[in-house]
Design a protein around this ligand. Structure first.
Ligand SMILES: [Zn+2]
Length: 444
């Protein structure tokens, strides 16, 4: 039966349960009693004691009998919160018919795993994310698209949305598995080595960690509640919990975490003024999104700054973590990839290899192919090294005699024609470099 039709059909069931509320020890939050949640054909009955719950099942069962419906006892499960129950099932006598109901520790309700912790839900998001990332990459490969904006939008629409399902309700400390899926997707799709630093991907594609998406969704739900766009029951529960946050029973609840999240991003005034907010919902959402982005950008800069090569990357990316323009040009992957690889340290210039091959300090990782006695960085490789003077003049004269700062700025504004010639330069320079190194006697 279609969900809408079912909702119309079953509408009077909740009225029947409400009529019996006096006899049911229903779960209550403040003044609000919540005996059941009915969404389409999913019915969730809640009670403070088992006998009262059994009475509710009786009511539902009798209602079903009268309306020619059948309760599916194989799918009906019982879950206890905060109490231990020794048996793995209970038996219920319904009109002289014995029905068995299994007791479970976790149950999936509307796609969300309910249980004593949220681990199960997290692992189900990981599983769905992995599967979806694979299919998304396959689809994009089929249409031969490498445009960063399209790839990112498609990933966010098809995969990220699955990975953050229900995220507005839960706060996780660590989403490392989900983040790994996101970063791996971009690494695989653009043929980057698996050891590529995630900070490069954040900077190149403007990626945000899953924590950002979860927190944004949670605050957006909060905005919906305070602007009275949620269900009345949600609003009533919210009002009760948010007004009683000083009571230790309500520490670490969803409302408590929202309050602290707003404080973290310097928006405590939104929490304090929530009943008299003068800005509209749209404006509120924009402010939250901007602050959250600033917050995660600051974390990105802070983490990246910890290594000297990280500092190099920050300079290269102009301290900006948004999609770089060369990725949004409609270029084939083989044209775009050489520049992307160079920028993401997928190269064997001395600035990188000197570190792990010879354990040299940063200033000792010199270019051995010219007389400059300078660190072999991406800038040196493209703009300075005398070994490639001829091809530089031929392919990329716009990079001759250019300062490091101008080089970084120019990388952001290159048009298609220049990217194509830069790719040719990088490919030729790489093979000249490889030849030169091969000819030389091996040094330890
Ligand atoms: Zn050199």
């Amino acid at each position: 039966m279609s969900p809408t039709l079912f909702s119309i059909f079953i509408n009077d069931l909740s009225k029947e349960i409400d009529a019996n509320l006096g006899n049911l020890n229903a779960v209550n939050i403040g003044e609000t009693q919540i005996p059941c949640l009915i969404y389409a054909d999913d019915i969730l009955l809640m009670s403070n004691d088992i006998n009262s719950l059994m009475n509710q099942i009786q009511i539902v069962n009798e209602y079903c009998k009268r309306n020619s419906l059948d309760m599916n006892f194989d799918k009906t499960k019982l879950i206890f919160q905060n109490i231990r129950y020794e048996n793995d099932h209970i038996e219920l006598n319904l009109n002289n018919e014995l029905k068995r109901i299994d007791i479970v520790r976790e149950y999936k309700y509307l796609g969300f795993w309910i249980g004593n912790n949220t681990k199960k839900h997290l692992s189900s998001l990981t599983k769905n994310g992995n599967k979806s990332a694979y299919l998304t990459a396959k689809k994009l490969k089929e249409i031969g698209c490498a445009n960063g904006t399209i790839v990112k939008n498609t990933f966010e629409m098809l995969t990220l949305s699955k990975m953050q399902y229900g995220g507005e309700f839960c706060f996780y400390n660590k989403l490392s598995e989900l983040n790994r899926i996101q970063f791996q997707f971009y690494k695989r799709f653009y043929h980057l080595i698996t050891t590529t630093a995630n900070y490069c991907l954040i900077g190149e594609f403007g990626l945000f960690p899953l924590e950002y998406h979860f927190e944004k969704a949670a605050i957006n739900l909060w905005i919906k509640i305070i602007f009275n766009e949620s269900s009345t029951i949600m609003k009533r529960c919210y009002n009760h919990v948010s007004n009683n946050l000083d009571n230790s029973n309500y520490s670490y609840t969803w409302c408590w975490r929202i309050k602290h999240l707003l404080k973290q991003i310097n928006l405590s005034h939104l929490w304090l003024d929530q009943n008299s907010l003068e800005i509209n919902k749209r404006k509120c959402k924009i402010i939250v999104k901007t602050r959250l982005m600033e917050h995660f950008r600051a974390i990105w800069i802070n983490d990246t700054k910890k290594s000297r090569t990280g500092i190099d990357y920050l300079e290269l990316s102009q301290f900006d973590c948004s999609m770089k323009s060369y990725l949004t040009l409609n270029l084939k992957l083989n044209i775009m990839a050489p520049l992307l690889k160079l920028r993401c340290r997928n190269h064997d210039l001395a600035v990188k290899t000197g570190c792990y091959r010879n354990r040299l300090s940063y200033d000792e990782r010199l270019c051995s192919l010219c007389d400059d006695r300078t660190v072999e960085t991406v800038y040196h490789f493209i703009c300075k090294c005398a070994l490639y003077n001829d091809i530089r003049l031929h392919f990329t004269p716009f990079f001759v005699d250019i300062s490091k700062q101008d080089f970084y700025v120019m990388l952001e504004t290159l048009e298609i024609g220049k990217i194509v010639t830069l790719t040719k330069y990088i490919n030729s320079a790489n093979s000249i470099r490889a030849d030169k190194l091969r000819q030389r006697p091996m040094t330890s």
